[in-house]
Ligand binder design. Structure first.
Ligand SMILES: Cc1cc2nc3c(=O)[nH]c(=O)nc-3n(C[C@H](O)[C@H](O)[C@H](O)COP(=O)(O)OP(=O)(O)OC[C@H]3O[C@@H](n4cnc5c(N)ncnc54)[C@H](O)[C@@H]3O)c2cc1C
Length: 259
């Protein structure tokens, strides 16, 4: 079956790509390997500027509206800044990503629950192999996240990245974000509200014991500890760290190292 565009990955980058391409009148296939809605490790903090770019209806997904931020150093000193209006919003990624995919489908995209396996260049575009069959398209969008297979097949390698651990737990917190420095060399620890609870996480480009750091911090601050989950976050230092794709293959989101 032939499409104008095949988008691999139903996260925010892929779902938004499918949404916008469909609204432009293209015939779009969105390929996602997980059953939706699916979990994605993320604090879900979206800047107020970015959230305005979303399709209408996102408002019901906002769990917390952030108007202030605190910058701390090793849990000791803190500087607090307050804005007049909202600076960011917290969403839950399961619902958020599902919402964006449903908007793409409303706009006309088709969803295939399958794993992308590879592609071949053809005269008129690409032949795309999935666990549910083969499809053709003029344009391929790789939005398959940090471990992007599309990017790997194009020969890209991520040289630098943040390792991260995050947990979601009970806890009372004002609707403001706390960023702690000084626990890791290059990176930070965060405590964000997440609905009625909180998310606590740490990200670093170094080799620190992140689990130990989170445990010690939880104990010191009286935060109920649950086993965290781990994932990687792109780290971009130079122009060449951005992996845009080539010919008619476009990489977006974490696949492109855009973060
Ligand atoms: C701990 C942590 C906290 C974070 N907090 C924030 C935050 O507060 N604010 C913020 O802006 N960013 C945050 N991020 C970063 C953010 O989560 C990512 O930048 C974002 O999810 C990237 O979106 P994406 O659509 O590119 O990829 P993803 O959200 O990773 O989506 C990729 C999709 O592709 C699918 N996929 C992968 N491979 C295949 C395949 N072969 N075939 C088919 N489908 C495939 C996956 O199942 C997934 O659904 C955080 C990241 C981490 C790890």
């Amino acid at each position: 079956m032939r499409f104008d565009a095949i988008v691999v990955g139903g996260g925010p980058a892929g779902a938004s790509s499918a949404y916008h391409l469909s609204r432009k009148g293209l015939k779009v296939l969105l390929i996602e390997k997980e059953n939706l809605p699916r979990f994605k490790l993320c604090a879900g903090c979206i800047s107020a500027r970015a959230i305005r770019l979303l399709p209408d209806g996102y408002q019901r997904l906002i769990l917390n509206t952030i108007r202030a931020g605190r910058l701390g150093f090793r849990g000791l000193e803190e500087t607090r800044a307050e804005a007049e209006g909202a600076v960011a919003h917290i969403v839950d990624r399961r619902d958020f990503d599902h919402f964006l995919v449903s908007k793409a489908l409303e706009a006309g995209a088709e969803l295939l629950r399958a794993e992308f396996l590879g592609f071949e260049r053809e005269d008129e575009g690409y032949r795309v192999y999935t666990s549910w069959g083969t499809f053709e398209a003029d344009l391929l969008v790789g939005a398959d996240g940090f471990y992007s297979k599309v990017a790997k097949l194009l020969g890209y390698r991520k040289k630098k990245f943040f390792r991260s651990l995050e947990l979601f737990t009970d806890g009372d917190m004002e609707d403001e974000v706390l960023i702690e420095t000084g626990y890791v060399g290059r990176g930070y620890l965060w405590v964000f509200p997440h609905g009625d609870g909180i998310s606590l996480g740490v990200a670093s480009t170094g080799r620190e014991d992140l689990l130990r750091i989170l445990k010690d911090y939880s104990e010191k601050k009286g935060i109920k500890f649950h086993h965290p989950r781990g994932w990687h976050i792109p780290f971009v230092e130079r122009d060449e760290d951005l992996h845009a794709g080539r010919e008619r293959i476009l990489l977006v989101g974490d696949a492109a190292n855009m973060t």
